[in-house]
Design a protein around this ligand. Structure first.
Ligand SMILES: [Zn+2]
Length: 462
């Protein structure tokens, strides 16, 4: 018996230490745009050089330690910002930065504008970092840091996924549903949600309905069962293609959220974000989504291909100066393959040629010379770099390219991706060093790399 227990213990993985967890209450007033939070964070990893990030619209009542004693903190005056958040550190009695404890409590309250869509009441912009009340729903993604997100300064990594036990209470709402990422939505005014699996805490609350099937849930979309089934069939097809390319299963239930933007947009335009396993789209129209046979149109195959690819090249890639390259360019490249594999070769050609034309008159710094995150701008991350990856695939083949991607996903579990790791992944794929150096010089490092990429795309796809 003893022996059995001992061997069982030995067989346990060494990384059994529980992931960070968050526990507490969130009160939301849908009419006035108020969010009141009381959270206890536990099992916090020992981050040496840390910041506690909280949306700039949240006012802290206090931080408390595990003995309920109030803890001093820095960042409330002349504070430093990171993205949408103010950055806080805890202080000891002498005013020095306190080591990050394994547990602390924080209470805070935030007030946010409510944009009434029906009254043509808009803001100038909308994106994933906005805490968006529109009179009907509230959308708050992880990027907004509506909940405390820990930042590891030395490794430039966010700790934003928690196991959770959160009670959400909603005021001033009709026909209310509550969704928090990783849990089934509930039609209720108050509910306790728990997740043993770490997840980002995307919130979607308000006056909406939802439908489900085995693959997951669709929230806030006016559609019949047949349309819903067809949407999930298409999603399954895309999931299967990604899983095959990357040799890694896509098994989780997914949540598709239709929501309203808080800025005025061109009719029919849509923007999307991904907080795996949730995917949010503005103004999703099933009639535009699918053709008469119930198949996603080429545009939506590619659109979902990109979003679902973030299941693999997801938020954990946002680290280091090439963050946007790893996160967006690889998702976009994978969407090319999904599009091609779904039979839309001609459409893909169009996309590639349009991309080449789009970047023709813009200037870009070679990846090897990037020194700041922002240098990989929107055109670079969504257009030029994915075209470079397509050139890579054309040169070395899909199998070897997939091999490289799989290695990168493996490396990204423990470290920040770099071009050195890309080289290592290429070597591991069996691509010859000389061949790769030639490619790298021409398509990645050369001052005329953009022209080489454009020339290649035009030659192969015109
Ligand atoms: Zn993306």
């Amino acid at each position: 018996m003893k022996k059995t227990i001992a061997s069982l213990l030995l067989a346990l993985p060494f990384n059994i230490i529980l992931a960070q967890s968050i526990k507490g209450t969130v009160e939301i007033d849908m009419k006035d745009g108020l969010i009141n939070c009381s959270f206890q964070l536990n099992d916090i990893p020992p981050i040496k050089n840390y910041k506690i990030l909280l949306n700039k619209g949240m006012n802290i009542k206090n931080f408390k330690d595990s003995d309920q004693a109030i803890v001093w903190y820095d960042g409330h005056y002349d504070g430093e910002m990171k993205g949408e958040a103010l950055a806080y550190t805890l202080l000891d009695n002498e005013g020095k930065i306190k080591q990050l404890p394994s547990s602390f409590q924080v209470d805070y309250k935030g007030a946010f504008p409510v944009y009434f869509d029906s009254a043509e009441d808009y803001g100038p912009f909308d994106y994933k970092g906005i805490i968006a009340f529109n009179g009907k729903t509230l959308r708050a993604a992880d990027q907004s840091k509506w909940y405390p997100v820990l930042y590891d300064v030395d490794s430039d990594k966010l700790v934003d996924k928690y196991r959770y036990e959160i009670t959400i209470k909603v005021k001033n709402a009709d026909n209310n549903s509550i969704f928090i990422n990783g849990n089934a939505p509930q039609k209720t005014m108050a509910h306790q949600f728990t997740s043993a699996k770490p997840s980002t805490l995307l919130l979607f609350v308000g006056n909406y309905n939802f439908v489900s099937n085995e693959a997951g849930y669709i929230l806030n979309l006016a559609a019949d069962q047949k349309t819903v089934a067809a949407i999930f069939d298409n999603i399954d097809l895309i999931k299967a293609k990604l899983a095959k390319n990357l040799d890694s299963k896509f098994t989780d239930k997914i949540y598709i959220i239709n929501h309203k933007a808080v800025n005025k947009r061109k009719p029919g335009s849509s923007w999307a974000f991904n907080d795996y396993p949730a995917f949010a789209f503005t103004d999703l129209d099933p009639a535009k989504l699918m053709d008469e046979k119930g198949q996603f149109t080429s545009e939506y195959i590619k659109f979902f291909g990109h979003e679902l690819a973030h299941n693999y090249f997801g938020a954990s890639m946002l680290s280091g100066k090439l963050s946007w390259f790893w996160l967006e360019s690889f998702a976009e490249y994978l969407s090319f393959n999904v599009t091609e594999d779904a039979g839309f070769k001609d459409y893909l050609k169009e996309v590639l040629l349009r991309g080449a034309k789009y970047v023709e008159n813009q200037n870009f710094i070679p990846l090897t010379e990037i020194s700041e995150v922002a240098q990989i701008n929107v055109s670079y991350r969504y257009v030029l770099a994915p075209l470079m990856l397509k050139c890579f695939e054309d040169t070395f083949g899909r199998d070897k390219t997939n091999h490289v991607l799989k290695s990168l996903l493996e490396y990204a579990k423990t470290q920040t991706l770099t071009l050195e790791l890309f080289d290592k992944a290429v070597e591991a794929s069996g691509i010859g060093a000389t061949d790769f150096q030639k490619f790298k010089q021409q398509f990645i490092a050369d001052k005329d790399f953009k022209q080489h990429i454009i020339a290649h795309i035009r030659k192969h796809y015109s």
